[in-house]
Design a protein around this ligand. Structure first.
Ligand SMILES: NC(=O)c1ccc[n+]([C@@H]2O[C@H](COP(=O)([O-])OP(=O)(O)OC[C@H]3O[C@@H](n4cnc5c(N)ncnc54)[C@H](O)[C@@H]3O)[C@@H](O)[C@H]2O)c1
Length: 372
């Protein structure tokens, strides 16, 4: 199969769909890998890294789209890219179609087959192609929060780990899922005094078993949250209610009770944010102040560490990518129901129920699409 990987063109996107290592593996399986010249630059991979891995460098996105049987990307195809997709071509990338009727319309019109990273599942009920980005954002949260706490950035001037004789920063993490657990691990590793709040008792039991002694955990109620937030130097928002906007767990009124210069890091901002005063910011201008409290609310945090993020995403996508290339999408999806859950569009028809419901478009079952 000819696998094509164009340069990402969405603003502020520095990741790339395939690493040189992924290209090497695909070539070893007998496939041709076509990389657009410069596609890896933002993540620190040169054209030469790809040619050494056995890939072919192609001058323009138009040539990559024209030649490839499968297109592998990171972000959803932009309007210009959608025009280059064709009937029978396979697209493997993040799509997030539910809030995006324009993209959905174009993908349906193209006749392509589109498998969305974000709806591929695993045996434990998780989302294996979303988890790596949650891991990255979680681990990044205490790092950006520590920077926000610095005096020059408007923060309280508190060092995460304190020093001998001076207490460490108090960090509260709301939500103990993938983001929250990674955030808590790193904050504790920096020497902070960390408490994780969650509403799931099984999750709290897991955190206690695995991390008891490293950080504390507490059941998430409005009362417990208010008490901890009042004393906190940093609060990290990491809640998720699948399919819903994030609940507002810290109100504006609560800010006046917090320590001046404390930092709120709202990782859940991509779902609307879990602090009442959160609004999405960018890497170019990440923090702002409300009532003396510093807010960091970047909606695409993994973009700050494009190289690590590309490698983490590449590790997660590679087995699926190889199966799609080795077997063709139909056989690969027939053999793996979790990959089939990723199928969103096939030959002009929508195959993902939640997207159809959100956009009011008829859906056919993915199993029916397999038989078509
Ligand atoms: N900003 C970014 O760049 C970025 C990157 C990756 C993920 N995210 C977002 O981070 C959020 C968390 O993602 P995740 O992968 O950790 O999800 P997850 O499902 O693994 O974890 C969410 C946790 O929140 C808990 N929760 C739900 N309601 C709660 C409440 N009221 N109080 C306390 N805990 C509650 C759940 O029990 C669960 O353990 C999502 O909104 C995700 O989209 C943002």
């Amino acid at each position: 199969m000819k696998i094509g990987c164009p340069t990402e063109i969405k603003p502020q996107e520095f990741r790339v769909g395939m690493t040189p290592d992924a290209a090497r593996e695909a070539v070893a399986h007998g496939h041709a890998v076509l990389i657009q010249s410069g596609a890896g630059n933002g993540a620190g991979f040169t054209d030469e890294d790809y040619t050494t891995a056995g890939a072919t460098i192609i001058g323009t996105a138009a040539e990559v789209f024209a030649q490839a049987d499968m297109i592998v990307k990171v972000k959803e195809p932009q309007a210009g890219e959608r025009k280059m997709l064709r009937e029978g071509q396979l697209l493997f990338t993040y799509l997030h179609l539910a809030p995006d009727p324009e993209q959905t319309k174009d993908l349906l019109a193209s006749g392509c087959t589109a498998i969305a990273y974000e709806t591929v599942t695993d045996d434990r009920g998780g989302l294996p192609l979303l988890a790596p980005m949650s891991e990255v954002a979680g681990r990044l949260a205490p790092q950006v929060g520590a920077w926000t706490l610095q005096k020059a950035n408007g923060g309280r001037g508190v060092l995460m780990g304190g020093v001998p004789g001076v207490a460490p920063a108090k960090v509260v993490v709301i939500g103990g899922g993938v983001v929250g657990t990674h955030a808590a691990k790193i904050a504790a590793g920096m020497g902070a005094d960390v408490t994780v709040l969650d509403r799931s008792l099984p999750r709290l039991r897991y955190l206690d078993d695995v991390f008891g002694g490293t950080f504390k955990n507490q059941y998430s109620t409005a009362g417990a949250t208010a008490e901890l937030v009042r004393e906190a130097d940093m609060v990290i928002g990491a809640v998720l209610i699948p399919g819903a906007a994030a609940p507002k767990l810290v109100t504006r009124a609560q800010l006046s009770e917090m320590k001046p210069g404390a930092a709120l890091v709202d990782v859940a901002i991509d779902q609307g944010g879990c602090f009442e005063t959160s609004r999405a910011t960018t890497h170019a201008d990440p923090i702002y102040e409300v009532d003396g409290i510093m807010h960091y609310c970047v909606a695409n945090m993994p973009g700050a560490v494009a190289r690590t993020s590309t490698q983490a995403l590449g590790n997660a996508t590679l087995p699926f990518l190889l199966n799609l290339a080795n077997k063709g999408w139909k056989q690969a999806c027939e053999d793996d129901p979790h990959l089939l859950n990723g199928l969103n569009v096939h030959a002009g028809q929508l195959t993902y129920y939640a997207v159809g419901k959100a956009l009011g478009i008829d859906v056919i079952s993915p199993t029916l699409a397999l038989k078509s």
